[in-house]
Design a protein. Structure first.
Lengths: 378, 778
């Protein structure tokens, strides 16, 4: 793929690292895996500052040593558990609040384990069983009758045949009866196509497993059946615990988003820090200093913070430069005021308590933001 | 650990005079390795990191009939210098002592005597690592550990399974040196270490030392030829230290008590514990052998699943199998010889909890608590001297001239704790006994009313003696026991009311440290969870402390600072809650609203109202306006009155509204609304109504102008509303009406009520007849 696409898939973006890691760890691999579990964890969570070195004989055309950057910012133990789960007999269910990089993690895991993250079903309220099992090419079906060529496999079926990781995004947005199509696939590891008779059953090759992601708290999601839950190991993906890490991530991603449109991110560290701090305060319900903050009902995810940072960057790039701090309250209000009118009062409350207190304690940034309180009142 | 550090560790490991075993206070792998280590070193004496006064108790601690867990404690009579050491089978010191008893080698307690120490409670426990050490933080980050306990698990316990005893000893020494290198060793530790080095000069040929890994490096230095000089009387070498006693050695109380795993779990809030003692016990019993640890893990997983099933959550064989597999595979991925506690916990969460922090997740957590913490209790060998709380309290009671055992009847005491020091100490002692759950004194008098003179009924019964024995579990002295009991009470599920109760008790018991902790917790939790009346209760409590109305506790500087932080937070939270009570129909909430207003109206007049006052006053104004317009009838009344009190609204405007409510109550069902609105207004604004004719005037005028039928229709509602006032307040209100009318109202009836009613009926019939007449134009 060329520069024409907006976002490259993980396995292409990181092709060099994947090849390097495959050569780096020659240990035992679960059957059907491209990397060892240790290398898969390193691919996702990074090697720290360490330069990994290849043994002398391995790998042509590969760098002799490479430091792997962390792609998923957060808990390394969680990545370890996820990799261990994929090597077993249960699927992996990543749950958590919206915007906690669950989908990115699932793509990275699939790319590390089976070299592709593209065997994906995007779950929606309109997803049917055919998307999870198989469909038919009706023209061929009518012309030739039920017959292997007329079968249109779903990404899940394709993954079973290849022994790869299949991803089901937003599984809780599918209706429960559709979700349950996964139950027998996970427990029996086979998919029967009764129309094709006895030869029709597809057996999962070694290496096949499922990664599903789900929002438990968001609106418009369905319950999962107990039977389905029992076939998954659950990992709760938490928002990024560390302020500095989150600020850094927001900066990186906003810069990447701006780079895609050919602009440069010109945003002061002060603004970015204030933005991320406000998001964290409102998300956690407690300010950095430990003061109580009333949480709004809207989701204050890192992804939303990236969105605001990008917008600020875009307005700095395309319009006459103004003080980005002055725009911040308006954008925050846009994020907060989504469905509950009370949330505006909560944001005002945040301004009246935390922002004011910081302003009183002599922070110039926050004093400026306190002055902009009128922007929130309309 | 690398370079020169490695060199130091090497020298430590090679040291033979003394042979040093660096430990953590609880460590299954080191305990399991201990016999092998000591067999190999074959020492002729084993020194233990225990205060010297505890030497006589080693006989009972090492007794073959003793069943762990037990705890040793020592403190000075004045309660200072407390040391507290709980022991389980997996405590290396106990393992070393047991080895010494079996081998017939003498064991000696060689730490600085309690009589010489100025330690705060809990200073001496285990690892001696402060969480602000930069070296420690670096290691924690590298190992992904959250605290030093977890770090030890990652560095010693998990990789140590199945390793040779000597390798385990070396890794513990390296750990201790990693904590110590680069950081400054504080003065108390230096003095203790100097003392212990001095004790080594007793002339044994092959001494062994079992000591916290952090202190191990102290034995590399040259032993001192003489002991550091210590002034007599236990004042310690610190110039700022207060002298305990009038010279001579401070008296020290020691005791040994049976302990339990529930208390040993570090999350119970008791000092010197470890997480999940039952799991640690099973690692110790497995001899830290990887294969047997895996078996213990399987058994733990199965028991957790069984317990989860008992709690009504399906968790079957597939779940058990998967949890064991994940734990074992995680260990393999992390390069560990056997799964440790963390792998077990992670696997159980991943495979069983299904991503639900509540509901199922909570059931699994409770099952894990039961299985991994355990309920094992210890017992002492027969003949162990009894000591501790019982004698201490008997003596205390005698000293305070309170009734002792054998009294026939209850004695009624009147205490004046704010005036007399003896009464203050009695107050504190009685409150502490009550906090321990020991039936001795009971407070007489109406609850919730603050009185300067307290009345207590006090009697020492058989139950007092029995409960004292139980309370001895929490400590050897009364303050320690009271603190322990209170901490236990708040350790589990803690509602806001429970926290406030505990805070009141802690302050009354004079437990400043606990009170401060509770204040911090209250600041953390109450703003998010408490109801409005609870928040007001908390604010009242804080006021009391600040004004010094609590005889048991005078807040120190740090408590003052904390109070100054707590109050604005609670106030802000109370203001947030104001919106929440807008729909309430409980009088309590209306009263709480009044209490908030009292706080705000104590600000300079106009201050709060003009928005320059406390944080969130704007928000309060907004909320009150909304409440006045759209709240429940009760809160409309209360909110409206409050707005007048705060100066947000004109008295006249409110008076007009008050009067209009009477008019509005025309239809059926409107009566209860009128009653509720008036109730709300009256609860809040009685003083206002009494004081200002401006407000009562329009109301009385409207009622005056009602005709009889309309008045009778509203009468029940008016009656109901005025019921909320006390008789005295009603009387005063009547006085106000009298002054409005400007004439005396005679409420006595000259005639029988039946007769009056008939006259009224006749009047009404006449009026109706006259109205029915055709209009006559003159």
């Amino acid at each position: 793929m060329s520069q024409a696409v907006q976002q490259l898939p993980a396995e292409e973006l990181h092709a060099r690292e994947l090849a390097f890691l495959a050569a780096w760890d020659g240990g035992e691999r679960p059957r059907g895996w491209r990397l060892t579990p240790r290398a898969a964890v390193t691919f996702v969570a990074g090697s720290g500052d360490e330069q990994l070195r290849l043994s002398r004989k391995a790998g042509d055309g590969l760098p002799r040593s490479l430091a792997i950057p962390a792609k998923f910012v957060g808990n390394r133990a969680l990545v370890e558990r996820a990799v261990v789960t994929l090597a077993g007999e249960r699927g992996l269910m990543l749950v958590g609040e919206p915007g906690t990089a669950k989908s990115m993690l699932s793509e990275l895991l699939a790319a590390a384990v089976s070299g592709t993250g593209s065997l994906t079903v995007q779950g929606t309220a309109g997803t049917t069983e055919e998307h999870l099992r198989y469909g038919w090419n009706y023209a061929l079906l009518i012309a030739k009758g039920p017959h292997a060529e007329a079968l249109v496999p779903s990404p899940v079926m394709a993954a079973m045949r290849r022994g790869a990781i299949a991803r089901v995004e937003e599984v809780t947005r599918c209706l429960p009866e559709v979700q349950d199509a996964l139950v027998s696939i996970l427990s029996e590891r086979r998919l029967a196509v009764p129309e094709l008779g006895e030869q029709g059953t597809v057996f999962a090759a070694h290496g096949f497993n499922l990664v599903a992601t789900a929002n438990l708290r968001d609106r418009g999601v369905s319950e999962m059946s107990a039977a389905l839950k029992r076939r998954f190991n659950f990992e709760l993906v938490e928002p990024i615990p560390d302020l500095e890490l989150e600020t850094e991530l927001v900066r990186r991603q906003a810069a990447a988003a701006l780079a895609r449109v050919g602009a440069e991110l010109r945003l002061d560290d002060v603004v970015l820090a204030a933005l991320v701090t406000a998001f964290r305060d409102l998300r956690i319900g407690r300010s950095v200093e430990g003061w109580a903050v009333e949480k709004p009902g809207s989701v204050m995810s890192t992804a939303e913070a990236v969105g605001v940072a990008t917008s600020l960057g875009l307005s700095a790039a395309y319009f006459t430069p103004t003080d980005p701090l002055a725009l911040l309250p308006g954008y925050l209000l846009g994020v907060v005021r989504k469905d509950d009118p009370q949330d505006q009062a909560r944001l005002l409350g945040y301004w009246d308590s935390t922002v004011k207190r910081r302003a009183d304690e002599g922070s110039e940034t926050w004093a400026r933001l306190w002055e902009m309180r009128t922007a929130l009142e309309e | 650990v690398s370079g020169p550090a490695l060199d130091t560790v090497e020298r430590l490991a090679e040291l033979r005079r003394p042979f040093v075993v660096g430990v953590r206070h609880h460590s299954p792998v080191i305990s399991a390795a201990m016999p092998a280590l000591l067999d190999a070193a074959a020492p002729d004496v084993v020194y233990l990191e225990l205060a010297e006064e505890l030497q006589p108790w080693l006989e009972w601690l090492g007794h073959p009939d003793l069943v762990a867990p037990v705890a040793l404690a020592a403190s000075r009579r004045d309660g200072r210098g407390l040391v507290f050491y709980p022991y389980a089978d997996f405590s290396p010191e106990l393992a070393a002592l047991r080895w010494a008893v079996r081998a017939g080698v003498s064991a000696r307690a060689f730490d600085l005597p309690v009589a010489h120490s100025m330690d705060e409670p809990g200073r001496r426990q285990g690892l001696r690592a402060r969480d602000d050490d930069s070296g420690l933080r670096r290691l924690q980050r590298a190992y992904g550990a959250e605290d030093s306990e977890e770090l030890w698990d990652r560095m010693i316990e998990a990789p140590g399974a199945g390793q040779p005893a000597e390798a385990v000893r070396r890794s513990a020494l390296a750990f201790g040196w990693a904590l110590r290198a680069g950081a400054e060793v504080d003065e108390i530790d230096l003095r203790r270490e100097a003392w212990m080095r001095g004790r080594l000069e007793e002339g044994f040929a092959r001494p062994a030392v079992v000591i916290g890994a952090y202190h191990a490096a102290a034995f590399l230095e040259e032993p001192l030829t003489s002991l550091p000089s210590l002034p007599p009387g236990g004042g310690g070498g610190r110039p700022s230290g207060r002298r305990g006693g009038q010279g001579g050695q401070a008296e020290v109380v020691c005791s040994i008590i049976p302990y339990s795993f529930e208390l040993l779990d570090s999350r119970s809030g008791y000092p010197a514990g470890i997480r999940d003692p039952e799991w640690q016990q099973s690692v110790f019993e497995a001899g830290a052998d990887p294969a047997r640890i895996e078996a213990a893990l399987t058994s733990a997983v199965v028991r957790v699943c069984r317990r989860a099933r008992e709690l009504g959550h399906p968790a079957g064989v597939p779940d058990e199998r998967e949890a064991v597999r994940v734990a074992v595979d995680l260990a393999r991925l992390r390069g560990l010889p056997a799964p440790g506690r963390r792998e077990l916990v992670e696997a159980l969460q991943t495979c069983l909890a299904q991503g639900e922090p509540l509901g199922r997740g909570r059931a699994i957590a409770s099952a894990m608590g039961r299985v991994l913490v355990g309920i094992r209790g210890g017992s002492l060998a027969r003949g162990t001297p009894r000591s501790g709380l019982g004698p201490h309290v008997e003596e205390l009671v005698a000293r305070l001239r309170l009734p002792s055992a054998g009294a026939e009847r209850a004695v009624e005491l009147r205490l004046d704790p704010l005036r007399s020091d003896l009464d203050r100490r009695r107050h504190v002692a009685l409150e502490r006994l009550a906090a321990c759950g020991v039936p001795y004194g009971s407070r007489v008098g109406p609850p919730g009313v603050e009185q300067i003179t307290e009345r207590w009924d006090v009697r020492w019964t058989a139950a007092t003696t029995a409960m004292l024995e139980l309370a001895a579990l929490y400590g050897v002295t009364l303050d320690q026991a009271a603190e322990g009991a209170l901490r236990r009470r708040i350790a589990g599920a803690a509602g806001a009311a429970l926290l406030l109760d505990a805070l009141a008790s802690a302050a009354a018991c004079g437990l400043g440290g606990l009170a401060l902790d509770l204040l911090r917790r209250i600041r953390e939790e109450l703003p998010r969870r408490a109801t409005l009346p609870e928040l007001i209760g908390a604010l009242d409590l804080c006021d009391r402390f600040r004004r010094g109305h609590e005889p048991g506790w005078r807040p120190g500087a740090d408590a003052e600072a904390e109070l100054a932080l707590v109050e604005p937070e609670l106030e802000a939270a109370a203001i947030r809650q104001v919106e929440g009570v807008a729909g309430s129909d409980r009088l309590d909430d209306a009263r709480a609203l009044l209490a908030i207003v009292r706080r705000f109206s104590s600000l300079p007049p106009g201050g709060a109202a003009s928005g320059s006052g406390g944080i969130g006053s704007e928000r309060l104004r907004w909320a009150l306006r909304r409440m006045g317009d759209g709240g429940s009838p009760l809160m409309q009344g209360a909110g409206g009155a409050v707005r007048v009190l705060l100066g947000h609204d004109e008295a006249g405007a409110f008076a007009a509204r008050l009067a209009s409510w009477v008019d509005a109550a025309a239809g059926p069902g409107a009566q209860s609304i009128l009653a509720a609105r008036l109730k709300g207004a009256l609860v809040v604004a009685t003083p206002l109504l009494e004081a200002s004719a401006e407000i009562t005037g329009p109301l009385v005028a409207r009622v005056d102008e009602l005709d009889d039928a309309a008045f009778l229709l509203r009468l029940p509602a008016l009656r109901e509303a005025f019921e909320v006032l006390s008789p005295a307040a009603r009387e005063r209100f009547l006085g106000t009406i009298r002054s409005v009318h400007g004439r005396e109202i005679d409420l006595r009836l000259d005639h029988a009520p039946e007769l009056l009613a008939r006259w009224a009926d006749a009047d009404r019939a006449g009026v109706a007849a006259a109205a029915a007449l055709p209009e006559v134009v003159p």
